[in-house]
Design a binder for this molecule. Structure first.
Ligand SMILES: *Cc1c(COP(=O)(O)O)cnc(C)c1O
Length: 483
């Protein structure tokens, strides 16, 4: 975003829909610094707002050609809004960067735990990506959303026999996480004509936080085989006719801004690849996981998708060259960086509580049930008022949710223009790990989700109703109220 001049709101003028290609010009109080950055059209994860964010002649915010306050009126709030153009641009960014920087075959798999739905699956599949799932629910969503089974992998540190059965029946690749997976699959797959396609996951001894990372021989992680076990596992699998080890997998963390850990990971994985191939496994795939971070607030400065892919791809190619290994197909698994920036959440402002010289609480009609990240991880977000994002910020407020929990705060001490009940608040970068981690706490129904594109909004998730929440309650007859 570029810095604005003063707002041009003139209520006497007719609303003017923004012309395509005009970038939004926003000075959103607290988040002002965030909007002084130029829009990065090729790496959406570096922006706060979706790529199609624009202002009309009244200074109101539009996304995907839809006026946000109109969406709020039509579909109610809280409302998840997903911008198709941003999601597609992100998929293309991964695909093109892999083609440009990796000399072999490559495929990005969407880590669908970030936001699993039929619509997102269909979009991601149509962009040529694959997908990773971690449960029968995510797997069914992927298959029903049209993702070809051969582009799906199933993860999980405690897969059930039913989940494994579903995966092998549909031809989905299974990521072996532990000996229990091996035992279960042995029982399920031994009688099948074709071997099960497998990736073997191990903990590479690389751990990331946003601004530091550690390299150790072992990691305290519930996921994957310990590196010391890898050789024994691969030797065991070499004697299993039902198993076909197609590759190796590792994943080092999430919301990572550093590139060095991924460079190191390539060396560790190439070493393991050499071992696996020396034991006779085909091992044509190397899956380096996901983890690229995104911009939630102005001070976040993640690498671009192109930069991340360049570093990963170059490091893998180089590590293989050094060990004279035929180039594997390179797989990666972006979750957050693929969907977060495409998503925003709309809320309606309700009550206000002013505690003199302490704090002003502005409450909205959602909260920790539709976005549990602030209360879980103290995550930061950026928000603007949908109909006057450019208005001067005049107060510092804490935006609270409506749940019975003091920690139910979406944004703490942010600068906003004076907001009144009924105003629509837009929170950016909520496309990943919001809906997916949401709950029905306080028996609050889940929000609807709409996909916006070129002025059309399609409901892709219907709004839950309070009655829906009773569907699985069972009242034993002896407790039934006497009528
Ligand atoms: C969570 C996860 C991802 C995606 O991580 P992001 O940080 O969302 O990109 C990819 N692979 C595995 C195995 C994961 O657990």
């Amino acid at each position: 975003m570029v810095t604005s001049a003063s707002p041009t709101t003139d209520p006497t003028t007719d609303p003017v829909a923004p012309s395509p290609g005009t970038p939004a010009v926003i000075t959103p109080g607290e988040g002002a610094a965030a909007f002084e950055q130029d829009v990065d059209p090729v790496s959406p994860n570096r922006n706060l707002a979706p790529l199609t964010a624009q202002l009309d002649g009244l200074g109101r915010l539009w996304v995907g050609g839809c006026l946000l306050s109109d969406l709020a009126r039509t579909y109610g709030t809280p409302l998840y809004v997903l911008d198709e153009a941003t999601l597609r641009a992100t998929c293309r960014a991964y695909r093109l960067a892999l083609a440009e920087h990796y000399p072999g075959e490559a495929l990005a798999l969407y880590a669908s735990k970030a936001n699993s739905s039929l619509a997102i699956t269909a979009l991601v599949a149509s962009e040529g990506l694959g997908l990773d799932a971690v449960s029968a629910g995510e797997l069914l969503t992927a298959l029903q959303g049209g993702m070809p089974a051969e582009r799906i992998v199933l993860h999980g540190n405690n897969k059930s026999a039913e989940e494994l059965q579903l995966a092998i029946a549909r031809g989905v690749t299974v990521v072996l996480d532990n000996w229990s997976d091996i035992e279960l699959l042995q029982g399920l797959a031994a009688s099948r004509p074709d071997p099960v396609r497998l990736l073997v996951r191990f903990t590479p001894g690389i751990e990331c936080h946003t601004h530091e990372y550690i390299r150790t021989g072992h990691l305290d992680s519930k996921f994957g085989f310990d590196p010391d076990q890898l050789e024994a596992v691969l030797r065991h699998l070499a004697g299993c006719p039902w198993a076909r080890v197609d590759g190796l997998h590792a994943h080092i963390g999430s919301q990572i801004f550093e590139l060095e850990p991924h460079r190191d990971l390539a060396g560790v994985m190439a070493e393991a690849l050499a071992l696996a191939r020396s034991l006779g496994h085909p091992c044509g795939d190397l899956n380096v996981g996901g983890g690229l971070g995104i911009r939630y607030v102005g001070s976040d400065d993640p690498p671009s998708i192109q930069e991340w892919v360049r570093v990963v791809a170059t490091a893998v190619a180089e590590a293989c060259r050094q060990r004279q290994l035929a180039l594997p197909r390179l797989l990666c698994e972006p979750g957050r960086s693929l969907v977060a920036t495409a998503g925003i959440t709309l809320y309606t402002v309700g009550s206000r509580k002013e505690i003199p010289e302490l704090r002003t609480y502005l409450s909205v009609d959602g909260g920790m049930s539709d976005n549990p990240r602030p209360i879980t991880y103290q995550s930061l977000y950026t928000a603007v008022l949908a109909d006057r994002p450019l208005a001067e910020a005049t107060e510092t407020v804490t935006v609270a949710g409506k749940h019975c929990e003091s920690g139910d705060v979406l944004l703490r001490d942010v600068r906003l223009p004076a907001a009144a009940a009924g105003d629509v608040l837009t929170v950016f970068a909520t496309g990943a790990y919001n809906a997916a981690m949401g709950s029905n706490y306080n028996r609050i129904p889940r929000p609807a989700a709409v996909l916006v594109h070129e002025g059309v909004a399609d409901v892709v998730q219907r709004r839950e109703q309070p009655e829906d929440l009773l569907r699985y309650d069972v009242l034993p007859a002896r407790l039934a109220p006497v009528t």
